[in-house]
Design a protein around this ligand. Structure first.
Ligand SMILES: Cc1cc2nc3c(=O)[nH]c(=O)nc-3n(C[C@H](O)[C@H](O)[C@H](O)COP(=O)(O)OP(=O)(O)OC[C@H]3O[C@@H](n4cnc5c(N)ncnc54)[C@H](O)[C@@H]3O)c2cc1C
Ligand code: SF4
Length: 518
């Protein structure tokens, strides 16, 4: 492809934000260039091999970042067409209505969003349709109001999960079917792409049954001949005009060559850490601290949730294959003994011996771990991470990324872990509970580094997710989050990307109507 080409829109990154945005904008006649540093994830038997995927981290990026002390770590990040959604668990749940306002937490107060839940709601509905979300309205007591049903019925529980679900209900809890974006047809299994396997959460889907941003976003977008995707295209810098008011050139490294592209509108959607790093790398005379960084907020307020995995070993066997069918939000806004929010509980994909090996002493044989896995019920706990300007992404003189982070709101998470331990202690015989707090390496839920807001002194982007300081620079990934809430981020990123598509359409006088997309 000849370089120095001009497009109407350039989108950088193809994950939950970029892939969804590309899909929405591809309904126009605009010439769109999508730049993705990764390649297509190979479809191979190893996609579903836990020793390869979990044990060897086969599909993770071979990259190391620094923590605040200068220690190197390998982030759990995936550079492919589809970004991190290629391996996500496709739990696609809306933020609660209250998450868009200020909420008092043990660790401080979360920030209000510049848009209300009501403004995002039609886009949530469109994202649920686009990503084929299965769920049951009204089953989650903290669920925000919705203008339509889930497009697909809730995924059924396997017997051991149903027993757990019934047990929780008998204790007075209100578990609900977890909203999941998979191409599953339980009424007609012959017509179902998804086969309900045990290698979904953390694995690529060999049969394209998972609603990831490649299958749902990029692939259909490329049906439009006006849309071009370049893979292996690492965006190095954004160059501005002399006044610093407009991105004029996108500098790309591809096959060890530098190439330049330009567009009327440039959208950054490289994931929260890489989007911030790109703006910092693009510092120039007009933007000496990084592009669009007059507020000093670029890279700050990194959040990734307080997350724990909990393995509950029971004398009862757990033969569940597809385990991620249940969620519990009873402690989302607090508990009888807590006026402040604790968080969200859901199931992990079913763990096996290779997955348990990651947290076990090296001398424990795989056979024993596999046996343990047959008796384990595997939970995922999430509490809100609060925006702290000192938790931030910076660049070393070498260009290497540093993520300085100190966990906050830890009391909420500790209490949540305790609540779950108490509950499973009453539900599962024996019930040995092993919980593990996710370390900095677990960057899966990264967000917040280019937050949007009404005050240019406190935020990088305006309410349209356009940079306060540049006329043609937009952001459409997890970095825009002013707060992290305590549920999975994916659906909110997708819904907001659809909203941003409409705002870009308006800026180009080309109606998109992303709310009608399905
Ligand atoms: C194992 C795992 C399980 C998860 N499970 C869930 C779940 O069940 N539910 C949920 O909601 N979320 C889940 N997540 C999180 C979810 O995947 C992310 O929140 C989401 O993908 C983030 O979207 P994004 O657009 O911000 O970034 P990404 O999806 O990370 O996309 C960024 C893209 O930009 C590309 N890129 C980066 N830098 C550059 C550059 N300089 N030039 C060009 N391209 C670049 C990357 O290759 C990537 O394709 C999970 C994540 C992981 C890792
Ligand atoms: S459970 Fe379904 S969507 Fe997930 S990896 Fe297996 S076949 Fe794919």
């Amino acid at each position: 492809m000849p370089t120095d080409q001009h497009f109407d829109i350039i989108i950088i990154g193809t994950g939950a934000g970029g892939g969804t945005l590309a899909r929405a904008l591809s309904t126009t006649e605009k010439r769109i260039l999508i730049l993705e540093r990764g390649e297509y994830l190979p479809r191979e038997k190893e996609n579903w091999d836990s020793a390869t995927v979990v044990g060897k981290g086969h599909y993770k990026a071979h990259e190391s970042w620094l923590d605040k002390t200068g220690r190197e770590f390998h982030p759990s990040i995936h550079y492919w067409v589809g970004g991190n959604t290629k391996v996500y668990g496709s739990a696609l749940i809306r933020f609660r209505k209250q998450d868009f306002g200020e909420i008092k937490h043990y660790g401080g107060t979360s920030l209000a969003w510049p848009i209300s839940y009501e403004e995002l709601e039609p886009y949530y509905l469109a994202a649920e349709r686009l990503y084929r979300v299965h769920g049951l309205r009204g089953s989650d007591p903290t669920e925000p109001p919705s203008s339509g049903p889930f497009p697909h019925p809730a995924v059924s529980h396997e017997p051991a999960m149903q027993e757990l679900f019934d047990g929780m209900t008998a204790l007075g809890h209100r578990p609900f079917p977890m909203p999941l974006g998979i191409h599953l047809n339980e009424a007609d299994r012959e017509a179902s792409t998804c086969v309900r396997c045990n290698t979904c959460d953390g694995f690529p889907c060999l049969v394209d049954g998972k609603s990831d941003a490649h299958v749902v976003g990029v692939r259909p977008a490329l049906q439009n001949p006006q849309v071009t995707l370049l893979t292996g295209a690492l965006v190095k810098r954004l160059l501005t005009n002399e006044a610093g008011t407009k991105v004029e050139r996108v500098v790309v490294e591809r096959a060890n060559q530098l190439e330049h592209y330009s567009a009327d509108i440039v959208v950054v959607a490289a994931g929260a850490v890489n989007s911030a790093a790109l703006l910092l790398r693009s510092a120039n005379d007009r933007h000496p601290n990084g592009l669009a960084n007059g507020s000093g907020m670029v890279g700050r307020n990194y959040m990734a949730h307080q997350n724990s995995g909990m393995v509950c070993l029971s004398s009862r066997q757990n033969p569940t294959v597809f385990q991620k069918t249940m969620g519990l939000n009873d402690f989302y806004f607090g508990a009888a003994d807590s006026e402040l929010p604790l968080g969200h509980i859901s199931m992990l994909g079913k763990l096996d011996g290779n997955a348990l090996k990651a947290g076990a002493p090296g001398f424990v044989p795989l056979g024993m771990l596999n046996c343990m896995a047959r008796h384990s019920f595997d939970f995922w706990l999430t509490s809100e991470d609060l925006a702290d300007p000192e938790n931030r992404v910076t660049l070393e003189p070498s260009g290497q990324i540093r993520v300085s982070y100190t966990p906050n709101n830890v009391e909420a998470h500790t209490r949540l872990v305790h609540k779950l331990k108490e509950m499973v202690g009453r539900l599962l015989p024996l019930g040995l509970k092993l919980d593990k707090r996710m370390p900095l390496e677990a960057t899966a839920h990264q967000c917040g580094t280019l937050r949007f807001g009404n005050d240019p002194r406190q935020s990088v982007l305006n309410r349209d997710c356009r940079a306060h300081e540049l006329d043609n620079l937009y952001v459409a990934d997890a970095s825009i989050f002013p707060s992290s809430a305590a549920v999975n981020p994916g659906l909110t990123i997708m819904a907001n990307a659809l909203r941003v598509a409409d705002r870009i359409g308006a800026a180009l006088s080309t109606p998109v109507n992303a709310r009608a997309l399905a």
